[in-house]
Design a protein around this ligand. Structure first.
Ligand code: TXA
Ligand code: MG
Length: 344
């Protein structure tokens, strides 16, 4: 049984105690729900990998409550790290740093680096403070499924497989943290996320962006770069290219698929949905393209909603914008898709 806890101090104390004793506790962060374990407890870390069905070669992010605690996990804070921490911690930035020997190899999947983040969510902060230990936490979903943005999503994937989940309501950012590798020269973004790359560039002018979708074989560097990730169980086709042409291709596909008796759903921004017009299919609204924050917040829940409708096919169109949070949104759509159609 997985206990569902509230966010009152007694519940936080109980969850912190569970973590200290090697338990698996899902908790809200500002990005997505994480599945926490005591980062220094190898047996607990192994249970976490088993509960998620996560391959052992995919390293975990260690969550701590301050830059000082982060410093205990690394052999060397590069000079940029404290400026970055000042600007973006607590918050949705993960820094990859040289691993201290005290951090178990099971946490870092054998890498000589460790990923560290100070989350901003008040419940995550209270839990870290109460536990007083570094907490390794991947997103609290089954491996390759969309990340959870509510406690219900966590239970959908991991109910019965973990000790407890703290229900802190829906998360506010909705996409995962930006993963920034400070061990490479120049530093590079391994995963776009909650902190837009432009904001990092203000402090790191030479910043590079690692290819958003690499083939699975090249993923050893950061297994989160696995091109197929965050996916619904239903096949999902992503159309990119000139917006009008992509939209026409989607309409054509809808008619073809429904003529064959297939059930189809569409994942669309409000503007995309308006341009598609009335269609004989389920359309799930991602929110307005005027509001990247809202679209990011809604993205994974919308994918899960469509998945729950048990359709034969989900169709979606790549977002037209590229700056700010749109980069993370476009990245997640690309990775969630099981079929990618580039319309000329
Ligand atoms: O927002 C987030 O980052 C959430 C919340 C719970 O903090 N966590 C999260 O964890 O998304 P996860 O495990 O789903 O994704 C962590 C990503 C993966 O892409 C992993 O490969 C990468 O971080 N990563 C972890 N340690 C790394 C390391 N030492 N070097 C390179 N990449 C690393
Ligand atoms: Mg994940």
């Amino acid at each position: 049984m997985t206990a569902v806890l509230g966010t009152d101090p007694a519940s936080i104390a109980r969850a912190a105690d569970c973590l200290r004793h090697g338990g698996l506790v899902a908790f809200p962060t500002e990005t997505v729900y994480g599945l926490g374990v005591h980062a220094m407890d190898v047996a607990a870390v192994q249970r976490l990998f088993a509960a998620k069905g996560r391959p052992a070669h995919d390293p975990l992010i260690v969550h701590v409550s301050s830059l000082e605690q982060a410093a205990l996990l690394t052999t060397g804070m590069p000079p940029e790290a404290s400026a970055l921490a000042n600007a973006f911690w607590p918050g949705p930035l993960t820094m990859v740093l040289p691993r201290h020997g005290a951090v178990p190899r099971e946490v870092t999947a054998g890498l000589d680096t460790v990923a560290v983040r100070v989350p901003a969510h008040p419940v995550a902060r209270a839990l870290l403070d109460a536990a007083g230990i570094p907490v390794a936490a991947p997103s609290a979903n089954l491996f390759s499924r969309p990340s959870p943005t509510t406690a219900a999503h966590v239970l959908e994937d991991l109910g019965g497989r973990i000790d407890m989940v703290i229900d802190g309501g829906p998360t506010s950012v909705g996409v995962e943290s930006t993963v920034l590798d400070l061990t490479s020269t120049p530093p590079r973004v391994l995963r776009p996320g909650g902190v837009p790359v432009e904001r990092l560039r203000a402090l790191l002018p030479h910043l590079e962006l690692f290819g958003a979708s690499v083939a699975a074989g090249e993923a050893a560097l950061s297994p989160g770069l696995l091109s197929q990730h965050y996916s619904p169980r239903t096949p999902m086709a992503l159309y990119s290219g000139a917006p009008d042409a992509a939209r026409q291709a989607i309409v054509k596909r809808i008619h073809e698929a429904t003529a064959q008796g297939h059930t189809v759903g569409v994942l669309a921004t409000r503007e995309q949905a308006a341009a598609l017009g009335r269609l004989p299919v389920l359309v799930v609204d991602l929110g307005s393209e005027q509001d990247a924050d809202a679209v990011a917040r809604r993205l994974y829940a919308a994918i899960r909603d469509l998945d729950a409708a048990n359709l034969d096919l989900i169709l979606t169109q790549q977002v037209a914008h590229t700056g700010g949070l749109w980069q993370a949104i476009a990245d997640r759509l690309t990775r969630a898709a099981t079929e990618r159609v580039a319309v000329p």
